[in-house]
Ligand binder design. Structure first.
Ligand code: UDX
Ligand code: UDX
Length: 462
């Protein structure tokens, strides 16, 4: 019976996942550790606005279980030493150097974790891969852990996370399925059963799927690739709709009513963002290339190319519509996060759209209800490589949506925050340069109402 769990990585996955696990398993002590001391201090804050991950419902549960059976700490070694089961939930970004640059997953943090677990452990442990990993990573972890010379035995399980940000708590409490990949051996089965017993505290056993380790690892990449592919497919058609009389929302509704297709993930947008889709598809492409499967690699690569095309198309459309130049014009950005109800900005389309418009010398004024000014400057610097001082000449972040829009030539909606629907759009129209343009990258607003108010309104795929 597992009594003591350690999770390495207190990020968007590790934090919420362990919070829900601690909430549902009061008899298990869970310690979430991270190298980043500031992050751990924030998780330990008594002010719920300081919790580093914004997720609806998360802070309330943290306040209930923290100090009861959930702990956040930077003392990685002690937590590893005391644990029966260790979750690895560190980040696996796309590699930015050397072999596989721009495509392969960078596994240096995973390797570091494995080495640390190997060095510290004095008794047998189950190690669970939570981070998205390329197929056969478990093998690499195995080879590190099997060669520590300490005699300690490790079982490696793959247990990929399927939560989506913004709905993480609900996804964790009511998942469609839990996937556990383990070795086909008595010890492997026993380890998988230990983990199953934990989830069975709140998830019906028939929803817990067991596979071998490789299938589990590949299923995570496949699930994200299929979801991303649906968005790229509908986005490709949004371009066609814009050239014809068809309306992409009507198409989504019509095809989504076919139960074989289903109605989810068919919303055309400025493009998908987030830490997972691009990284995981690129990773799949890289694996296929490495294995000589050129056609398969190329097939999936188009999901990414279509997403890049969509972001460019959106930005180009703004420039073309504003009489072929945005030089010196003020463009208001409503939203910066990659989707609503999160403060996460990784791979957000907003930063790429901003970069294109800034190259055309636009002045951008950003309002987002949850993303900090500092984060927005970090993001844009990541794309264009410029200093904050240089970027400040063209980009400003404001705390009020009306201020962002005042005297703007155009508004671009980049995130589908509910609050944008309820703004006083008449007041905004009155305060803008005329004609007042709105480019709705999320098809969030009521087109007819906006046109009645006098806006030139352009949605996606309309
Ligand atoms: C990460 C991966 O990106 C994703 O592929 C996987 O499915 C789950 O884990 P996320 O939790 O969103 O997702 O990443 P992030 O918010 O960056 O959190 C990772 C944390 O690990 C960071 O707080 C980082 O400081 C910490 N970390 C990283 C360590 O504690 N030790 C390390 O060696 C490396
Ligand atoms: C995704 C997967 O859904 C989740 O299972 C996995 O564990 C991690 O990656 P996440 O990136 O948090 O989750 O959010 P998701 O809701 O999938 O949205 C990803 C991006 O696609 C967002 O930018 C979103 O706005 C966009 N999107 C989503 C669309 O453009 N259209 C859609 O129909 C759905």
């Amino acid at each position: 019976m597992v009594k003591n769990i350690c999770c390495i990585g207190a990020g968007y996955v590790g934090g919420p996942t362990m919070t829900v696990m601690a909430y549902k398993c009061p008899e298990i002590k869970i310690t979430v550790v991270d190298l980043n001391q500031k992050r751990i201090e924030a998780w330990n804050s008594d002010n719920e606005h300081m919790i580093p991950v914004f997720e609806p419902g998360l802070a309330e549960i943290v306040m209930k279980v923290r100090g009861r059976n959930l702990f956040f700490s930077t003392n990685v070694e002690t937590a590893i030493d005391q644990a029966d089961m260790i979750f690895m939930s560190v980040n696996t970004p796309t590699k930015e150097y050397g072999k596989g640059k721009g495509m392969a997953a960078d596994l240096k943090y995973i390797e570091l974790c494995a080495r640390q677990i190997g060095a510290v452990s004095k008794n047998d442990k189950i190690v669970v891969e939570k981070s998205t990993l390329p197929v056969r990573t478990a093998e690499a972890i195995h080879s590190i852990l099997d060669n520590t010379g300490s005699g300690v035995k490790f079982q490696i399980l793959s247990n990929p996370e399927f939560l989506a940000e913004g709905t993480a708590i609900n996804d964790l409490l009511n998942p469609d399925r839990v996937l556990i990949g383990g070795q086909d051996s008595p010890e492997g089965h026993a380890a998988a059963e230990e983990l199953t017993a934990i989830y069975a505290h709140w998830i019906p056993r028939e929803k817990i799927i067991h596979t071998n380790v490789w299938s589990s690892e590949l299923s995570k990449l496949t699930a994200n690739a299929f979801l991303a592919q649906r968005i790229s497919s509908i986005n490709s058609l949004s371009a066609l709709c814009e050239k014809t009389e068809a309306d992409v929302t009507e198409i989504s509704r019509a095809i989504g009513a076919d139960s074989r297709i289903g109605n989810k993930f068919l919303t055309a947008s400025v493009g998908f963002g987030g830490s997972c889709f691009q990284k995981d598809v690129l990773n799949l492409v890289y694996i296929c290339k490495t294995l000589g499967l050129e056609e398969v690699a190329e097939y999936w690569d188009w999901v990414i190319k279509m997403n890049d095309y969509q972001k460019h198309r959106f930005a180009d459309n703004i420039i073309t519509t504003l009489y072929n130049t945005v030089s010196g014009k003020k463009i208001a950005f409503l939203g910066w996060a990659f989707k609503k109800n999160t403060n996460d900005t990784r791979e957000t389309p907003a930063m790429y759209v901003a970069d294109i418009l800034m190259n055309d010398l636009a002045n951008i004024s950003v309002y987002d209800p949850k993303v900090s000014e500092q984060q927005i400057f970090t993001d844009i610097a990541h794309v264009n490589g410029k200093t904050d001082e240089d970027n400040q000449k063209q980009l400003s972040v404001v705390a009020d949506p009306y201020e962002a829009c005042r005297n703007a030539h155009a508004i671009a909606i980049l995130t589908e925050w509910d609050m944008f629907k309820n703004l006083d759009w008449k007041r905004i129209h009155d305060s803008m340069m005329k004609p007042a343009f709105v480019f709705d990258g999320r098809n969030l607003l009521d087109a007819e109402k906006m046109k009645e108010l006098g806006f030139y309104y352009k949605g996606i795929g309309k």
